[in-house]
Design a protein around this ligand. Sequence first.
Ligand code: COA
Length: 320
Amino acid sequence: MNARIIGTGSYLPKRVVTNDDLAKIMDTSDEWIQSRTGIKERHLVVEENTASMCIEAAKEALKDADMAAEEIELIIVATLSADHVTPSAACEVQAGIGAVNAVAFDLNAACSGFVFSLNTAQAFIQSGIYKNALVLGAETLSRIMDWNDRGTCVLFGDGAGAAVIKADDEGIMAFEQYSDGAKGHVLAGINRKNNNPYVKNDTDPTYVQMDGKEVYSFAVSTVPKSIQNVLDKANMTVEDVDVFLLHQANIRIIQSVAKRLKISLDKCPISLDHCGNLSAASIPVLLDEVNKKGMLKRGDKVILSGFGGGLTWGTTLLTW
Ligand code: COA
């Protein structure tokens, strides 16, 4: 049995912040942001938080899948910005939608989180442990950005995406996922200081810090190789793939990946123009947009590929 996506949902915060809005509060411009990244605007939470966005996205995905919350056996939320240390965002989703029969936990693999979570659900389903799962990617990145660092804060947004997964003969065909912890400093945020009385000189918490150029070169070299590896595993070529759902970090990264793989940009839908980089939420939000637009038909071959903090990266090939 494989994990097959049978429903999707998403939620973006009501507050839209354009590049011009940011230019009113920091030294930046619409021209700089758009030309470097392709981002025009992003949604930032005011009333919402990570769990509340997840709950809305989950309800939509369950409706799309025509499933009741009580039927769900596993909930995974990919996030690096859960509202609390505990309870996890996944436990809050379980309570919020009434999925009383599910086990729920969060998974932190930064921007690769949704792909890693989907692969984790696949492992549980393939082994026969669970028959279905609700997999989400959700972030309130605005909470962990340094709003004095114009090189980083303009790139990110807030949002949540969800997918309902069910055991099926078709579905996930192949995947790979990797980490390189030795390069963690390239994209990092240090959380909480240890105040136990025996710890001396613990590091102060920091907001997200990024070496943009390092991340850029990591992404453009790693993503094409990862996609090619997964296609090789399935004895397929890029021509066999109908849609490439690539992590939405920067339009120039997506263009470079498409060029290296010799694929048309028409096969690479974009949401970063109106979302910015949503980290773990970027791929499921894009998936839901593409699904709701009717761009996917049963049997289509879809690649999902993420990369980001950790460093982490991963690709999944599936049949829609
Ligand atoms: N507005 C205006 N100017 C800005 C700015 C902003 N928001 N942010 C940085 N600048 C300035 C810099 O201060 C620098 O000025 P200087 O030349 O006077 O020193 C100049 O713009 C160029 O900065 P630089 O960092 O060289 O730009 P870049 O062309 O490398 O683009 C990124 C920066 C961040 C857009 C690019 O490196 C990138 O996209 N990296 C990948 C990041 C990413 O995707 N991270 C998430 C991965 S999950």
